[in-house]
Write a protein that binds this ligand. Structure first.
Ligand code: SF4
Ligand code: SF4
Length: 82
């Protein structure tokens, strides 16, 4: 059974992931929010230059699964695995 210690052990043992979302390219469709299995993406309160709320990710909690990258229709998301 998973507990907070086993989750911590998993997170500390996994590879480093670098994820970025280009907020100015984002059109606020929220596909990435729905796709993320760890509920790691939220929508901003602010608007980007196009007038959309944009996706914001917490890189510390990202597993690098790539699902958000696959569903983004505007190629806003970049993921690098070390
Ligand atoms: S790569 Fe996976 S875990 Fe990381 S933000 Fe995207 S969907 Fe979530
Ligand atoms: S899927 Fe892409 S365009 Fe849609 S909210 Fe996420 S980053 Fe923005």
């Amino acid at each position: 059974m998973l507990n907070s210690q086993s989750v911590q052990n998993y997170l500390s043992s996994k590879k480093m992931v670098k994820i970025t979302i280009d907020k100015e390219k984002c059109k606020g469709c929220e596909f990435c929010v729905s796709a993320c299995p760890t509920s790691n993406i939220r929508m901003s309160k602010d608007l980007n230059k196009k007038g959309f709320r944009y996706a914001v990710v917490d890189p510390e909690k990202c597993t690098g699964c790539g699902l958000c990258f696959k569903v983004c229709p505007d190629l806003c998301i970049e993921i690098e695995n070390d």
